[in-house]
Design a protein around this ligand. Structure first.
Ligand SMILES: [Zn+2]
Length: 337
Protein backbone atom coordinates (compact mmCIF):
# COMPACT_ATOMS: atom_id res chain seq x y z
CA UNK A 1 0.00 0.00 0.00
CA UNK A 2 1.46 3.32 -1.02
CA UNK A 3 1.17 5.87 1.82
CA UNK A 4 -1.18 8.76 1.11
CA UNK A 5 0.61 11.92 2.12
CA UNK A 6 -0.82 14.24 -0.54
CA UNK A 7 -0.62 14.09 -4.30
CA UNK A 8 3.05 14.96 -4.58
CA UNK A 9 4.15 12.25 -2.21
CA UNK A 10 2.06 9.60 -3.88
CA UNK A 11 3.69 10.62 -7.14
CA UNK A 12 7.10 10.22 -5.59
CA UNK A 13 6.40 6.76 -4.29
CA UNK A 14 4.59 5.50 -7.37
CA UNK A 15 7.30 6.87 -9.62
CA UNK A 16 9.87 5.06 -7.58
CA UNK A 17 8.02 1.77 -7.92
CA UNK A 18 7.46 2.28 -11.65
CA UNK A 19 11.13 2.96 -12.09
CA UNK A 20 11.97 -0.08 -10.04
CA UNK A 21 9.73 -2.33 -12.12
CA UNK A 22 11.42 -1.10 -15.25
CA UNK A 23 14.72 -2.09 -13.76
CA UNK A 24 16.13 1.41 -13.51
CA UNK A 25 18.53 1.34 -10.58
CA UNK A 26 17.89 4.17 -8.17
CA UNK A 27 21.37 5.33 -7.32
CA UNK A 28 20.62 6.53 -3.83
CA UNK A 29 18.18 7.11 -1.02
CA UNK A 30 15.71 4.26 -1.27
CA UNK A 31 14.15 5.36 2.02
CA UNK A 32 14.14 9.11 1.60
CA UNK A 33 11.53 10.59 -0.73
CA UNK A 34 14.12 11.16 -3.35
CA UNK A 35 13.00 11.84 -6.84
CA UNK A 36 14.43 13.81 -9.74
CA UNK A 37 13.22 12.46 -13.08
CA UNK A 38 15.91 12.86 -15.71
CA UNK A 39 18.76 13.12 -13.24
CA UNK A 40 22.04 12.40 -14.97
CA UNK A 41 25.20 12.18 -12.93
CA UNK A 42 28.67 12.01 -14.43
CA UNK A 43 30.98 9.79 -12.42
CA UNK A 44 34.19 11.53 -11.44
CA UNK A 45 35.94 8.39 -10.18
CA UNK A 46 37.21 5.49 -12.31
CA UNK A 47 38.25 1.88 -11.69
CA UNK A 48 35.92 1.59 -8.71
CA UNK A 49 33.11 -0.57 -10.12
CA UNK A 50 33.80 -3.35 -7.64
CA UNK A 51 33.67 -0.95 -4.68
CA UNK A 52 30.49 0.70 -5.99
CA UNK A 53 28.76 -2.61 -6.65
CA UNK A 54 28.76 -3.43 -2.94
CA UNK A 55 26.27 -0.67 -2.18
CA UNK A 56 22.58 -0.75 -3.10
CA UNK A 57 22.39 2.91 -2.09
CA UNK A 58 24.68 5.72 -0.97
CA UNK A 59 22.23 6.66 1.79
CA UNK A 60 23.68 5.33 5.03
CA UNK A 61 20.17 4.65 6.35
CA UNK A 62 19.46 2.21 3.51
CA UNK A 63 22.45 0.04 4.42
CA UNK A 64 23.26 -2.51 7.12
CA UNK A 65 26.26 -2.22 9.39
CA UNK A 66 28.07 -4.79 7.26
CA UNK A 67 27.94 -2.28 4.40
CA UNK A 68 29.14 0.52 6.67
CA UNK A 69 32.09 -1.62 7.72
CA UNK A 70 32.91 -2.45 4.09
CA UNK A 71 32.72 1.22 3.20
CA UNK A 72 34.97 2.27 6.09
CA UNK A 73 37.60 -0.23 4.96
CA UNK A 74 38.06 1.95 1.87
CA UNK A 75 36.74 5.46 2.60
CA UNK A 76 36.15 7.67 5.65
CA UNK A 77 34.06 10.51 4.17
CA UNK A 78 30.35 11.09 4.74
CA UNK A 79 28.03 13.90 3.64
CA UNK A 80 25.34 15.24 5.98
CA UNK A 81 22.59 17.07 4.06
CA UNK A 82 20.92 19.72 6.22
CA UNK A 83 18.46 22.54 5.57
CA UNK A 84 15.01 23.55 6.81
CA UNK A 85 11.29 22.92 6.71
CA UNK A 86 9.92 26.42 6.33
CA UNK A 87 7.34 28.37 4.37
CA UNK A 88 8.44 29.03 0.79
CA UNK A 89 5.63 31.18 -0.48
CA UNK A 90 2.23 29.99 -1.76
CA UNK A 91 3.64 27.90 -4.63
CA UNK A 92 6.58 25.90 -3.21
CA UNK A 93 6.80 23.09 -0.63
CA UNK A 94 8.13 23.73 2.85
CA UNK A 95 10.80 21.16 2.05
CA UNK A 96 12.39 23.37 -0.67
CA UNK A 97 15.74 23.97 1.04
CA UNK A 98 15.98 20.33 2.10
CA UNK A 99 15.29 19.25 -1.49
CA UNK A 100 18.39 21.23 -2.50
CA UNK A 101 20.50 19.57 0.18
CA UNK A 102 19.22 16.06 -0.58
CA UNK A 103 19.51 16.35 -4.35
CA UNK A 104 23.02 17.77 -4.31
CA UNK A 105 24.18 15.20 -1.75
CA UNK A 106 22.63 12.43 -3.82
CA UNK A 107 24.41 13.59 -6.96
CA UNK A 108 27.75 14.07 -5.18
CA UNK A 109 27.44 10.60 -3.69
CA UNK A 110 26.84 9.06 -7.10
CA UNK A 111 29.57 11.13 -8.75
CA UNK A 112 32.36 10.08 -6.38
CA UNK A 113 31.01 7.03 -4.53
CA UNK A 114 30.61 8.42 -1.00
CA UNK A 115 27.90 7.92 1.58
CA UNK A 116 25.43 10.53 2.77
CA UNK A 117 23.15 10.44 5.79
CA UNK A 118 19.41 11.19 5.74
CA UNK A 119 18.80 14.95 5.86
CA UNK A 120 18.58 17.10 8.96
CA UNK A 121 15.25 18.44 7.79
CA UNK A 122 14.68 21.26 10.28
CA UNK A 123 16.94 24.26 10.73
CA UNK A 124 17.21 27.73 12.19
CA UNK A 125 14.12 29.50 10.79
CA UNK A 126 12.79 31.79 13.55
CA UNK A 127 11.93 34.52 11.03
CA UNK A 128 9.60 32.21 9.09
CA UNK A 129 7.07 31.51 11.86
CA UNK A 130 4.71 34.44 11.24
CA UNK A 131 2.02 35.19 13.81
CA UNK A 132 0.57 32.35 15.94
CA UNK A 133 -2.34 30.50 14.38
CA UNK A 134 -1.61 31.58 10.81
CA UNK A 135 -0.72 28.11 9.64
CA UNK A 136 2.54 28.77 7.82
CA UNK A 137 3.88 25.37 8.78
CA UNK A 138 7.51 26.26 9.46
CA UNK A 139 9.26 23.96 11.93
CA UNK A 140 12.16 25.86 13.49
CA UNK A 141 14.90 24.71 15.83
CA UNK A 142 16.40 26.96 18.47
CA UNK A 143 20.03 27.60 17.57
CA UNK A 144 21.14 25.53 20.58
CA UNK A 145 18.99 22.60 19.35
CA UNK A 146 20.42 22.77 15.83
CA UNK A 147 23.99 22.86 17.13
CA UNK A 148 23.27 19.95 19.47
CA UNK A 149 21.73 17.97 16.60
CA UNK A 150 24.70 18.58 14.30
CA UNK A 151 27.11 17.73 17.10
CA UNK A 152 25.40 14.46 17.98
CA UNK A 153 25.09 13.35 14.36
CA UNK A 154 28.74 14.12 13.62
CA UNK A 155 30.03 12.67 16.88
CA UNK A 156 28.10 9.44 16.18
CA UNK A 157 29.62 9.21 12.71
CA UNK A 158 33.13 9.89 14.04
CA UNK A 159 32.54 7.29 16.77
CA UNK A 160 31.98 4.64 14.10
CA UNK A 161 35.10 5.49 12.10
CA UNK A 162 34.28 8.36 9.76
CA UNK A 163 37.04 10.99 9.74
CA UNK A 164 35.68 13.53 7.21
CA UNK A 165 32.25 15.03 7.83
CA UNK A 166 30.91 17.38 5.17
CA UNK A 167 27.65 19.18 5.97
CA UNK A 168 25.79 20.04 2.74
CA UNK A 169 23.61 22.97 3.73
CA UNK A 170 20.57 24.15 1.76
CA UNK A 171 19.29 26.90 4.07
CA UNK A 172 20.88 30.36 4.37
CA UNK A 173 19.94 31.13 7.96
CA UNK A 174 21.72 28.03 9.30
CA UNK A 175 24.96 29.81 8.37
CA UNK A 176 24.28 32.43 11.05
CA UNK A 177 24.61 29.90 13.89
CA UNK A 178 26.83 26.94 12.94
CA UNK A 179 30.34 28.25 13.60
CA UNK A 180 30.50 27.11 17.27
CA UNK A 181 29.57 23.49 16.50
CA UNK A 182 31.88 23.22 13.49
CA UNK A 183 34.77 24.45 15.64
CA UNK A 184 33.79 22.30 18.60
CA UNK A 185 33.74 19.16 16.45
CA UNK A 186 37.13 19.98 15.00
CA UNK A 187 38.79 20.86 18.31
CA UNK A 188 37.29 17.95 20.25
CA UNK A 189 37.96 15.18 17.69
CA UNK A 190 40.55 16.26 15.13
CA UNK A 191 38.20 15.19 12.33
CA UNK A 192 38.01 17.15 9.10
CA UNK A 193 34.79 19.13 9.42
CA UNK A 194 33.47 20.89 6.32
CA UNK A 195 30.38 22.94 5.60
CA UNK A 196 29.33 23.75 2.03
CA UNK A 197 26.41 25.94 0.97
CA UNK A 198 25.51 25.40 -2.69
CA UNK A 199 22.79 27.96 -3.26
CA UNK A 200 22.68 31.44 -4.69
CA UNK A 201 21.22 34.34 -2.69
CA UNK A 202 23.41 37.33 -3.72
CA UNK A 203 26.40 35.24 -4.80
CA UNK A 204 25.95 33.96 -8.37
CA UNK A 205 29.05 31.73 -8.38
CA UNK A 206 28.88 28.65 -10.62
CA UNK A 207 25.38 29.61 -11.83
CA UNK A 208 26.76 32.49 -13.90
CA UNK A 209 24.57 32.91 -17.00
CA UNK A 210 21.94 30.33 -16.00
CA UNK A 211 19.22 32.48 -14.42
CA UNK A 212 17.24 34.85 -16.66
CA UNK A 213 15.89 37.21 -13.99
CA UNK A 214 17.74 40.54 -13.90
CA UNK A 215 19.40 41.18 -10.50
CA UNK A 216 16.53 43.40 -9.32
CA UNK A 217 14.22 40.39 -9.66
CA UNK A 218 16.51 38.52 -7.20
CA UNK A 219 16.72 35.14 -9.00
CA UNK A 220 18.61 33.44 -6.15
CA UNK A 221 16.36 34.47 -3.28
CA UNK A 222 13.54 32.85 -1.38
CA UNK A 223 11.15 30.98 -3.74
CA UNK A 224 12.33 32.97 -6.77
CA UNK A 225 13.61 31.65 -10.13
CA UNK A 226 16.29 29.27 -8.82
CA UNK A 227 14.40 27.55 -6.00
CA UNK A 228 11.28 27.19 -8.14
CA UNK A 229 13.37 25.67 -10.95
CA UNK A 230 15.05 23.22 -8.57
CA UNK A 231 11.74 22.08 -7.11
CA UNK A 232 10.40 21.60 -10.66
CA UNK A 233 13.41 19.44 -11.46
CA UNK A 234 12.95 17.40 -8.29
CA UNK A 235 9.22 16.84 -8.54
CA UNK A 236 7.00 19.08 -10.71
CA UNK A 237 3.90 17.88 -8.85
CA UNK A 238 5.07 19.78 -5.75
CA UNK A 239 5.21 23.15 -7.56
CA UNK A 240 1.91 25.06 -7.78
CA UNK A 241 2.66 27.70 -10.40
CA UNK A 242 -1.01 28.76 -10.51
CA UNK A 243 -0.36 30.21 -7.01
CA UNK A 244 3.02 31.80 -7.82
CA UNK A 245 3.44 35.53 -7.19
CA UNK A 246 6.16 37.96 -8.30
CA UNK A 247 7.03 40.11 -5.27
CA UNK A 248 9.95 42.13 -3.82
CA UNK A 249 11.33 42.70 -0.37
CA UNK A 250 10.72 46.11 1.22
CA UNK A 251 11.74 47.86 4.41
CA UNK A 252 9.80 46.70 7.51
CA UNK A 253 7.24 49.09 9.02
CA UNK A 254 9.25 49.51 12.21
CA UNK A 255 12.15 51.17 10.34
CA UNK A 256 12.14 54.70 8.90
CA UNK A 257 11.63 55.20 5.16
CA UNK A 258 15.20 56.46 4.84
CA UNK A 259 16.32 52.82 5.19
CA UNK A 260 15.84 50.38 2.29
CA UNK A 261 15.93 46.64 1.70
CA UNK A 262 16.08 44.64 -1.56
CA UNK A 263 16.51 40.98 -0.59
CA UNK A 264 16.55 38.53 2.31
CA UNK A 265 19.85 39.55 3.91
CA UNK A 266 19.62 40.85 7.49
CA UNK A 267 21.42 44.05 6.48
CA UNK A 268 19.55 47.10 5.23
CA UNK A 269 20.76 50.10 3.28
CA UNK A 270 21.05 53.65 4.59
CA UNK A 271 22.45 56.54 2.54
CA UNK A 272 23.61 53.96 -0.02
CA UNK A 273 25.68 51.93 2.49
CA UNK A 274 25.03 48.64 4.29
CA UNK A 275 26.32 48.91 7.86
CA UNK A 276 23.06 48.37 9.75
CA UNK A 277 21.42 45.00 10.46
CA UNK A 278 18.22 44.25 12.37
CA UNK A 279 16.45 41.10 13.53
CA UNK A 280 13.49 41.07 11.13
CA UNK A 281 10.77 38.54 10.50
CA UNK A 282 10.30 37.44 6.91
CA UNK A 283 6.70 38.65 6.66
CA UNK A 284 7.83 42.13 7.79
CA UNK A 285 9.70 42.60 4.51
CA UNK A 286 7.67 40.33 2.21
CA UNK A 287 4.22 39.16 3.31
CA UNK A 288 3.77 36.19 0.94
CA UNK A 289 7.29 34.75 1.41
CA UNK A 290 8.46 35.20 -2.21
CA UNK A 291 11.51 37.44 -2.76
CA UNK A 292 11.73 37.81 -6.51
CA UNK A 293 10.12 36.61 -9.71
CA UNK A 294 9.50 32.85 -9.98
CA UNK A 295 7.77 33.07 -13.39
CA UNK A 296 10.86 32.27 -15.49
CA UNK A 297 11.55 29.02 -13.63
CA UNK A 298 11.94 25.79 -15.61
CA UNK A 299 12.85 22.23 -14.67
CA UNK A 300 15.76 22.41 -17.13
CA UNK A 301 17.32 25.28 -15.20
CA UNK A 302 16.82 23.34 -11.99
CA UNK A 303 18.60 20.25 -13.35
CA UNK A 304 21.44 22.41 -14.64
CA UNK A 305 21.79 24.22 -11.30
CA UNK A 306 21.87 20.88 -9.46
CA UNK A 307 24.46 19.60 -11.96
CA UNK A 308 26.77 22.60 -11.62
CA UNK A 309 26.56 22.72 -7.84
CA UNK A 310 27.01 19.00 -7.37
CA UNK A 311 29.96 18.73 -9.77
CA UNK A 312 31.69 21.58 -8.00
CA UNK A 313 31.04 20.11 -4.56
CA UNK A 314 32.01 16.61 -5.71
CA UNK A 315 35.36 17.83 -7.03
CA UNK A 316 36.01 19.68 -3.79
CA UNK A 317 35.16 16.67 -1.65
CA UNK A 318 37.43 14.48 -3.78
CA UNK A 319 40.28 16.88 -3.00
CA UNK A 320 39.42 16.79 0.69
CA UNK A 321 39.59 12.99 0.62
CA UNK A 322 43.28 13.17 -0.30
CA UNK A 323 44.58 15.10 2.71
CA UNK A 324 45.76 13.31 5.88
CA UNK A 325 43.35 13.47 8.84
CA UNK A 326 44.18 12.29 12.35
CA UNK A 327 41.22 11.82 14.67
CA UNK A 328 42.51 12.01 18.24
CA UNK A 329 39.20 11.47 20.06
CA UNK A 330 36.77 9.04 18.50
CA UNK A 331 34.52 7.77 21.29
CA UNK A 332 31.31 9.75 21.77
CA UNK A 333 31.39 9.68 25.57
CA UNK A 334 29.13 12.65 26.23
CA UNK A 335 26.18 11.05 24.46
CA UNK A 336 23.50 10.79 27.09
CA UNK A 337 22.21 14.27 27.99
ZN1 LIG B 1 14.77 28.45 0.41
Amino acid sequence: MIPTLGDGWVDIFSSYYINDQEGIKMSSSLLSQNYAPGREVTRLTTDDDEFRSQFVSWNLADLSYVDIQNYLNVKDTVLVPMASTEQHGPHLPLYTDTITAIEISTRVSEAIGVLHTPPLWAGYSPQHMYDPGQGRGTITLRSSTLLALMNDVARSLIHHGFNRIIFVNGHGSNVKVVDPVLRQLRYETGALIGFVRPYMERYVGVLEGLMENPPEETPGWHSSELETSQDMAWNPALVRMERAEDTRAHIPDFLPDSFSKNDGMPDVEFEGYQYFTFPMDHHEFVENGVIGNPMRATAEKGHEAFRRYSEHVAKGVLELMSVPVKVHTREFVDRVM
